[in-house]
Ligand binder design. Structure first.
Ligand code: UD1
Length: 434
């Protein structure tokens, strides 16, 4: 088991370039299943979720050539399976994104039913209802979803109950080759949806309205392979911007479109963080004599405040000069970070889906455990400004979504390293014999 150790209090400055977006790369990878031949993806982040998705594709028969650290050639001409086993879905819920593409390619799919995860029950009922409207019949047995479209896929109008990212993507990929027109109303508008629609259109699909609440898809008979560059990761960027905000910077964060993070940047500015926007990044700083101002944040689907930036923002607000509020509207159980930050001296109370944060004077380094991907990054962030040493356990969560996180922070001047965890020696805790 590895852990990250940070010695807090050192100034950070310099430039960091973010990778391609995890949430985009994973869906672009599954989209290649629908275009037999060699597809090329560039700017792919080298993170463990991408490795897991690679295993999912290989399990279905794809051949992946890793041309360099960020370029994948995915040959999907020999896909000969439509079954995604539980071991892979359990490792990464986003594996369920294969449902739409496999139904498009084979008219059928078997995908293990995902369980809950540490941020909530995360149902996929909207994915299934939407695909059912296109003619897919589902049965569930022994923990697997068996999907089949015995009469082919037919376009339909589907109104999502909630602007779910995953349901919008599965439906897009189920509808690209359906007969006739599909309309997805109340569709998710995240930049990663636009990236997926752009790649599908390059493959020959006819999709209009991606990035708006209503997406129209005219079915086409087939798709062809393409080369596509993954959009920059706005959440990795937001994490480094939050780090610049808490530590003071100055930092330059590049490789993403600041428009994809607009509400986060505006909220951070209101909190006293200076942000200068450029086309492909931002400069971040906060003067030592400018305290972080309290705020009131509500997470919402894009263009609202992203739930994936909630943990990093909670860490900033834990040190604000006053009381702040965060309301989590997207996931039901995404406040597990609060208890870990409280171990470091924060004063955060959780009431249902609200967090009440009384600003503390500072963090004090402590051993803590990553509750999830973004919570893990947020604990590293707290450690960077804490008094003394912070040891963060559960590094596997951070590795799911951040490439070379420790090395990037070292390059900014952080005193941070990864360690093999020493086995616990209980003898040293034994009561002394008289
Ligand atoms: C994606 C992102 C995740 C991000 C989230 C919201 C990926 C791999 N993950 O997750 O990082 O935090 O969007 O921006 O892209 N829901 C249902 N039924 C459904 C579908 C969703 O009840 O059929 C609920 C979920 O439990 C959750 C909420 O809707 O509470 C939002 O989920 P959704 O937008 O679908 O998120 P994901 O696609 O899972």
């Amino acid at each position: 088991m590895e852990l990250i150790q940070v010695e807090g209090g050192f100034p950070l400055s310099g430039e960091v370039v973010v990778e391609g977006a995890k949430n985009s790369a994973l869906k672009l990878m599954v989209a290649t299943l629908m275009a037999p031949g060699v597809n090329t993806l560039t700017n792919v982040p080298n993170i463990s979720d991408v490795h897991t998705m690679g295993t999912v594709l290989e399990c279905l028969g794809a051949v992946i050539d890793v041309a360099d650290e960020h370029t994948l050639h995915i040959d999907t001409s020999c896909i000969d399976s439509w079954v995604t086993p539980y071991e892979l879905v359990a490792r990464m819920r986003a594996s369920t994104a294969v449902l739409g593409p496999l139904i498009t390619r084979f008219g059928k799919a078997v995908v293990a039913m995902p369980g809950g995860c540490n941020i909530g029950a995360r149902k996929i009922d909207m994915h299934l209802q939407g695909l059912a409207a296109l003619g897919v019949e589902f049965t569930i047995d022994h923990g697997n979803i068996h999907a089949a479209a015995p009469h082919g896929l037919k376009g339909a109008t589907v109104e999502l109950e909630f602007a779910s990212v995953g349901a919008t993507e599965n439906l897009l990929m189920g509808a690209v080759c359906a007969e006739g027109t599909t309309i997805i109303d109340n569709a998710a508008r995240e930049p990663e949806i636009v990236d997926l629609a752009d790649m599908l259109n390059d493959m020959g699909a006819h999709i209009e309205g991606a990035g708006t609440p209503s997406i129209t898809i005219e079915g086409v008979s087939s798709l062809h392979p393409v080369a596509h560059r993954v959009v920059g990761d706005r959440i990795e960027a937001g994490t480094f911007i939050a780090i610049g905000g808490i530590a003071g910077g100055p930092l330059t964060v590049k490789g993403f479109d600041p428009k994809h993070l607009d509400i986060v940047l505006r909220k951070f500015e209101a909190m006293g963080i200076n942000i200068e926007r450029e086309e492909d990044g931002v400069h971040v700083s906060r003067a030592a004599d400018t305290p972080i101002q309290p705020s009131d944040i509500q997470t919402l689907p894009f263009p609202g405040f992203p739930t994936d930036m909630q943990a990093q923002t909670m860490t900033l607000l834990a040190l604000a000069a006053g009381d702040s509020f965060i309301t989590e509207n997207v996931f039901e159980n995404r406040f597990m970070l609060a208890a870990e930050l409280n171990r470091m001296g924060a004063d955060i109370r959780i009431e249902g889906h609200h967090a009440i944060i009384h600003g503390a004077k500072g963090f004090s380094g402590a051993p803590v455990t990553s509750p999830d991907l973004r919570g893990g990054a947020a604990l590293v962030m707290a450690g960077l400004v804490a008094d003394g040493y912070t040891k963060i356990d559960g590094v596997n969560h951070i590795d799911r979504g951040y490439e070379h996180f420790v090395e990037k922070l070292q390059s900014l001047g952080a005193h941070i390293e990864r360690h093999e965890e020493c086995p616990l020696n209980l003898d040293s805790f034994a009561p002394r014999k008289a």
